[in-house]
Design a binder for this molecule. Structure first.
Ligand code: HEC
Length: 143
């Protein structure tokens, strides 16, 4: 008896070709979708983080201690905060447990610690309701 012709290898070959051809465009599209967009919370948060006048006192930004590419206020030659030292921010989302179902309490406390200390920003404290919090959170969880 003659075996019926087996088409499955053709289907298999077509799938392989489609995967090879589509791989790059699909990966590019995913990468583009992950790029922070103009005006997004992330971008606004980054702006706040680097702004040397965001919190009241002049020449004091989060970036001064947490980024090596911080900028100074005009008319200032150096950072004048007592605690000035580079502290890298890394794995913040995991470390503070602020995922989708996480709780940002601890992260807010840490931000307020840096914000209120007279040796650091000396800019008071913020709450979850503060307009700066959401963008700042969006920025911090990607560090
Ligand atoms: C003058 C230096 C300084 C400035 C300015 C500063 N920080 Fe910090 N930050 C620190 C130090 C030092 C630590 C280490 C923990 C501690 O002592 O609070 C830290 C820790 C952190 C952490 C936790 C890092 C970790 O891995 O545990 C976060 C988040 C953070 N800062 C956010 C901010 C934000 C947001 C601002 C701006 C509002 C800011 N910091 C401004 C010095 C600073």
């Amino acid at each position: 008896m003659k075996k019926p012709f087996d088409y499955s290898w053709i289907v298999f070959a077509v799938i392989i070709v489609v995967v090879i051809v589509a791989y790059k465009p699909v990966m590019n599209a995913i990468q583009q979708a992950q790029q922070p967009k103009e005006g997004s919370d992330y971008m606004v948060g980054e702006e706040i983080f680097y702004n040397p006048n965001a919190w009241g006192p002049e020449n004091r930004s989060c970036a001064m201690c947490h980024k090596e590419d911080y900028t100074l206020s005009p008319n200032y030659a150096k950072v004048e905060m007592e605690d000035f030292a580079y502290v890298e921010l890394k794995g913040i989302k995991k470390k503070f447990g602020v995922g989708v179902i996480g709780n940002p309490d601890r992260l807010l406390s840490q931000v307020n610690r840096c914000l209120s200390s007279p040796q650091r920003i000396d800019g008071g404290t913020i709450t979850f309701a503060d307009l700066k919090w959401q963008p700042l959170l969006a920025y911090l969880v990607r560090q």
